[in-house]
Design a protein around this ligand. Structure first.
Ligand code: ATP
Ligand code: MG
Length: 197
């Protein structure tokens, strides 16, 4: 039985934290592929996100060269707000017989509980959750229902502090973002003049 990963995110911009998380999950659970799914119009984000096609471009640049990674426009091309339930549902339907793993950081898995139809998610997919600064396993275990916990794998990986917010702030302040994201992504951000204000 083959398995695949779903790596959702705003990816504004994508960075090494996302890439390492996806790679470690791929390896740990023997996933045939990890599909990166940039969010279309994230209704939860408090700030104005970058144009979807630019986030798509950065995502494809970032995964270039890893045969275990691919990207999907499923959320970007769907009109209206993006609901992860619909995304996961559709991706599972498109891959009959394959076991899905939805890959997240611990902060995100706690947010999932607020999603539309979140109580149905454990019937649909497994979850992989990795620790982030300020979000350890204990916090997640307290918050997740038994149905969720049963379907969640806690992935050990080196804690990386990198966040998209920190990268945007660095660009805005004229600081270097080298070694936080793949060089091709950094070049794209500079060329397009993203995150200057
Ligand atoms: P922002 O700062 O804008 O919220 P972000 O860096 O958190 O951005 P998202 O696109 O919100 O990135 O996150 C997508 C997914 O990647 C989430 O599940 C998040 O928990 C996870 N993630 C992001 N950064 C890291 C990291 N450094 N280590 C582990 N997981 C991460
Ligand atoms: Mg985030």
């Amino acid at each position: 039985m083959t398995s695949f990963g779903i790596m959702g995110g705003t990816f504004d911009p994508i960075h090494f934290g996302h890439l390492l998380l996806a790679e470690r999950a791929r390896e740990a659970y023997g996933l045939q592929t990890v599909v990166f799914v940039p969010a279309g119009y994230p209704w939860q984000k408090p700030y104005r996100v970058t144009d979807p096609d630019k986030r798509w471009a950065m995502t494809t640049l970032a995964i270039q060269g890893n045969p275990g990674f691919e990207a999907s426009r499923i959320e970007i091309d769907r009109p209206g707000p993006s609901y992860s339930f619909d995304t996961i549902h559709q991706m599972v339907a498109e891959r009959p017989g394959q076991t899905p793993y939805f890959i997240t950081g611990m902060d995100a898995i706690l947010q999932i509980l607020t999603w539309r139809r979140s109580d149905e998610l454990p019937q649909l997919t497994h979850f992989v959750a990795a620790a982030r600064r300020g979000y350890g396993i204990r916090k997640a275990k307290e918050a997740l229902s038994p149905e969720f916990l049963e379907r969640t794998q806690f992935l050990k990986m080196p804690l990386m502090e990198t966040s998209s917010t920190a990268i945007r702030n660095r660009v805005c302040n004229g600081h270097s973002i080298r070694y936080l994201t793949p060089e091709r992504v950094r070049q794209f951000i500079l060329k397009e003049g993203l995150y200057k204000d």
